[in-house]
Ligand binder design. Structure first.
Ligand code: ATP
Length: 200
């Protein structure tokens, strides 16, 4: 099937928790974050291009991308940012398309924190937004990452507002409850998606 469900949500909303539950039901999950790392792995064409453009400072001693350093360069310079996006975005998109095309499950999931911001929804037939209250989001992210409240709030502020994200959803999974609540909602969505994929 070519039916693709895009899954997105803010920091600590539960993307991994939810997509792991779909994976346990036999659904293949393609993670845009994983692909974004793969395209700049040591030996990749993109990493060589970055080293040629920015110099060897862009690499760690181990020959991996020096993310912290590159983030600073890009943060300070729009031209660098555009250059990097033009290099990486087509490669990330091509790899997403290839991996979705190779998926064997009745439908596939594309998990992407920036699914809406980066307009990746054209690759999907359905958008599932994971929605949580800001209090839950804050508490769970702080517990997981041992970041302080100000840091987590700053990240939340920089992300798409909750209402805007939900407005673009076909389906909303509320993750303010227990893990069992998540699994129940995933089971319901799964049978709905099986049907939709079959009807395609
Ligand atoms: P990020 O984008 O920041 O990596 P995420 O959207 O993938 O986060 P998760 O890592 O799945 O979110 O969830 C954030 C944290 O909250 C994790 O520690 C996870 O175990 C926990 N969590 C998620 N859902 C629940 C729940 N319903 N009950 C209790 N804990 C939960």
């Amino acid at each position: 099937s070519n039916f693709v469900v895009g899954v997105t949500g803010g920091i600590g909303s539960g993307k991994t928790t939810v997509t792991d539950a779909f994976a346990r039901l036999g659904i293949e999950v393609i993670d845009a974050d994983v692909i974004a790392r793969e395209v700049v792995a040591p030996g990749s064409e993109a990493l060589d291009a970055i080293a040629a453009h920015f110099g060897e400072q862009a690499l760690t001693a181990a020959g991996e991308l020096n993310r912290a350093w590159l983030r600073q360069q890009v943060f300070a310079n729009d031209g660098h940012k555009q250059w990097l996006n033009q290099l990486l975005h087509p490669r990330i998109r091509d790899s997403i398309v290839t991996q979705l095309g190779a998926a064997q499950s009745p439908y596939a999931i594309l998990s992407a924190p920036l699914l809406l911001e980066n307009k990746l929804t054209y690759l999907t037939q359905r958008v599932l937004v994971i929605d949580v209250s800001e209090d839950t989001q804050l508490a769970r992210t702080m517990a997981r990452d041992s970041n302080d409240e100000a840091q987590v709030r700053a990240i939340m502020q920089a992300q798409m507002p909750r209402s805007e994200r939900v407005a673009q959803a076909d389906d909303v999974l509320n993750n303010d409850g227990s893990l069992q609540d998540v699994y129940d909602q995933v089971a319901r969505l799964h049978s709905q998606y099986l049907q939709l994929a079959q009807d395609e």
